[in-house]
Design a protein around this ligand. Structure first.
Ligand code: COA
Length: 197
């Protein structure tokens, strides 16, 4: 029997399973060179459909995963945020990572942090995980700022070269942030922008 779908909601956002009608907005997002600035290349339509299919299949299988983020105010697709078990050849695997990607029009409004906090609540609450990690290329400061807003701590001793990128690739050096269940608290900004738990 398939597991019950976990689809967290926050004050402004619905995190949910993928639908066929998300594919166009997702393809447009991952074809945007600015959104993909810290990735090897923008995705083709074939690649973006394959990625959406994979996210949808993993949520169907587990009940949780990389969710679509829909803005409640207008039901618009604004990106994805969620939890994922990454490739086993990372030096700190096995682990559960938190990941995010938003369309440019949805940046600088606190949506990534708000959605990520809901995903962490699922991870530490429902899933009872002991730790959740996040990683990104060294120069991706906007993503590291989200990690820091969530109370994640950089583990400098675990800086690593991403095995999927060739030696010498400028995006290869990566940083790792960690958050333990005991440290998932209420960052100060939550008082101003409450997220129902
Ligand atoms: C990484 C990414 C999601 C960060 O987005 P972001 O908009 O900077 O982060 P948040 O959604 O948490 O928003 C925080 C900003 O919203 C502002 N903000 C405005 N209204 C807010 C509100 N109601 N609540 C909280 N913050 C608010 C904050 O002050 C902060 O401003 P700043 O960006 O000027 O510092 C985005 O840059 C992105 O999708 N990049 C491309 C993909 C990518 O690199 N993904 C990560 C790969 S590991």
């Amino acid at each position: 029997m398939p597991p019950a779908l976990i689809e967290p909601r926050t004050a402004r956002l619905q995190l949910r399973q993928w639908r066929a009608q998300d594919r166009d907005a997702f393809a447009a997002m991952v074809a945007d060179p600015e959104v993909m600035r810290y990735f090897p290349a923008p995705l083709t339509r074939t690649q973006s459909d394959a990625m959406a299919d994979k996210c949808e299949a993993l949520i169907a299988e587990r009940g949780w995963g990389i969710w679509v983020v829909e803005r409640l105010a207008d039901q618009q697709f604004i990106g994805f945020v969620g939890l994922h078990v990454p490739q086993p050849d990372l030096p700190f695997s096995p682990c559960v990572e938190i990941a995010w990607r938003l369309a440019q029009h949805a940046w600088h409004q606190g949506f990534a942090t708000e959605a990520a906090r809901a995903a962490l609540t699922v991870g530490f609450g429902t899933l009872q995980l002991a730790e959740i990690v996040a990683f990104t290329t060294k120069t991706n400061t906007p993503s590291q700022a989200v990690m820091q807003r969530l109370g994640m701590e950089r583990d400098s001793a675990s800086d690593f070269d991403h095995p999927a990128l060739p030696a010498g690739h400028p995006l290869r050096p990566h940083v790792l942030y960690r958050l333990g269940a005991a440290n998932f608290g209420a960052p100060p900004e939550r008082q101003a922008y409450p997220v129902p738990l």
